[in-house]
Design a protein around this ligand. Structure first.
Ligand code: SF4
Ligand code: SF4
Length: 479
């Protein structure tokens, strides 16, 4: 489908000559936030990359329907305080792994921004993606930017009501689907649809769907690029990550200036390559002029590069007047390779630490967790038969998604050691933390020191290989 859209756009762009482009862009003015931006759509490399980036959101819509062993493969079970990811179940005790994953993405964002600017914003951000789809629908129904502006200004008529009605209906459908898809990550997706149709869905499901439907409709349909310019916190801090070597869509002012319109028969000697056609700004989804230099509003989508390349092709000049380039490169200063830039080296080191931590965490998640607390008051009790008794509190956590029958055993490293309270298996529910009390007795004559190590094991009765060990102490009198 994407290919078809792209081809249509290519054809429409190629049918224009440079005079048409001047005429069309004469209405354009810089975005000051007081008017809806109706950006022109052109085909090109970066437009294709943008569609491919947006296509990743198919995972957002389809992901909740993936099944794994009769359950939802990826499920954020908030009431059960568990995160299921295929075979893995992450409990609150393992939340440090999720923190590391978040840290990984946060630092990755810093590194990527330092190298190529707001790559996330231009190609992957949900706000950009949804806005792009919404404006694509708008274009299909209301026509090209000039027609859309005309329709904005026109009085209400049956034609305007029809077009606006179709557009808003489609926007709302996408918004509702977005709300349901988001909610489906937190509850069984198939059950959610059934509950929605029978009006039996949980109150929180309705609230979440309603909130996300309204948010999507307003943010992507009405606020659009204003979110990138005024609301997004990342937009405000990204400048900190840039340096003179960051590659951004940049206008090569050395080559482009002095700019001027192409006129038939005019001697272009002494003029720059920019033909002042305004196409780079007409296609900009945030409505800025890249020729004014790097700006906060630029989401580095590269659409102005596609537009300028198309114009350069038309006027027979080499592409790249607007291109991904760093400030130093444009000014003819040598740019060090990425791996020699201190900021990149430091951030990459942090990323590696996070990656090792995540791998370690995921490979050491285990199915069972055991903590043994020794009774402190009193440390031991001398029984009437002369044996010394210690008391232990077991905390057993079943990290699987099935109930487990567990068995407690002890290394018989102390002669005469017996355990009370461990003769039967104990049921521990999925994700449950179960407490259990154990007494350990040793005849006084076998106690060779006031502190002796004692090693407990906790194992799955049906799979003895699933075992965890805890080393504690056995206390007795001084001899
Ligand atoms: S200036 Fe170019 S790269 Fe930046 S947002 Fe506009 S079209 Fe995208
Ligand atoms: S930079 Fe390129 S697209 Fe922009 S006005 Fe100049 S020639 Fe036209």
């Amino acid at each position: 489908m994407t290919g078809g859209i792209v081809n249509n756009l290519v054809n429409s762009a190629q049918s224009e000559n440079i005079d048409d482009l001047y005429e069309e862009a004469s209405h354009w003015h810089v975005n000051t936030g007081d008017e809806t931006i109706h950006a022109k759509r052109l085909a090109g490399r970066f437009r294709t990359y943008k569609w491919l980036g947006h296509a990743l959101y198919l995972l957002f819509f389809l992901g909740p329907y993936l099944r794994w062993e009769d359950s939802q493969a990826i499920l954020y079970d908030i009431p059960g305080r568990k995160f299921h990811f295929f075979d893995l179940t992450i409990l609150p005790q393992d939340v440090w792994i999720l923190s590391l994953i978040l840290m990984f993405f946060a630092i990755l964002m810093v590194v990527v921004t330092a190298i190529v600017g707001r790559l996330w914003c231009g190609y992957f951000c949900f706000q950009t993606a949804w806005t792009d789809v919404f404006t694509w629908i708008e274009g299909k129904i209301e026509g090209d930017p000039a027609k859309r502006r005309k329709l904005d200004d026109a009085a209400w008529s049956s034609e305007k009501i029809r077009k606006r009605g179709i557009k808003h209906t489609l926007w709302l459908l996408i918004s509702v689907l977005t709300g349901i898809s988001f909610t489906a990550w937190f509850t069984d997706a198939y059950q959610l649809w059934s509950d929605l149709f029978t009006l039996d869905a949980a109150f929180m499901s309705w609230v979440t769907i309603g909130t996300f439907t309204a948010g999507t409709y307003v943010l992507a349909g009405f606020m659009r690029e204003q979110v990138c310019l005024w609301l997004c916190p990342y937009a405000r801090i990204q400048g900190v990550f840039y340096d003179r070597d960051t590659e951004l869509p940049t206008y090569d002012f050395n080559r482009g200036e002095p700019r001027g319109k192409l006129r038939k028969g005019e001697n272009t000697e002494g003029k720059g390559d920019c033909v002042a056609c305004n196409q780079c700004v007409a296609v900009c989804p945030t409505g800025i002029d890249i020729r004014a230099g790097q700006q906060e509003g630029c989401i580095t989508c590269g659409l102005c590069i596609d537009a300028c390349d198309m114009v350069m092709d038309k006027v027979g000049k080499s592409r790249g007047l607007v291109r991904y380039a760093s400030l130093d490169e444009i000014q003819g200063i040598d740019v060090p390779p990425v791996y020699k830039r201190p900021r990149i080296i430091a951030s990459s080191a942090l990323i590696m630490i996070a990656v090792f931590g995540i791998i370690y965490g995921l490979t050491h998640l285990g199915s069972l967790e055991l903590k043994v607390l020794h009774e402190r008051q009193p440390l031991f009790v001398q029984q009437s038969d002369g044996t010394i008794q210690n008391k232990y509190y077991f905390k057993m956590l079943n990290k699987t998604d099935k109930e487990m029958q567990v068995k407690i055993t002890v290394d018989e490293s102390i002669n005469g050691l017996t355990m009370i309270g461990a003769d039967k298996t104990i049921a521990v529910g999925s994700g449950d933390l179960r407490s259990h009390t154990i007494f350990v007795k040793v005849p006084n004559g076998f106690i060779s020191a006031p502190r002796l190590p004692v090693i407990f094991h906790l194992s799955d009765a049906s799979d003895p290989d699933t075992m965890v060990t805890y080393e504690s102490m056995f206390f007795g009198p001084k001899h």
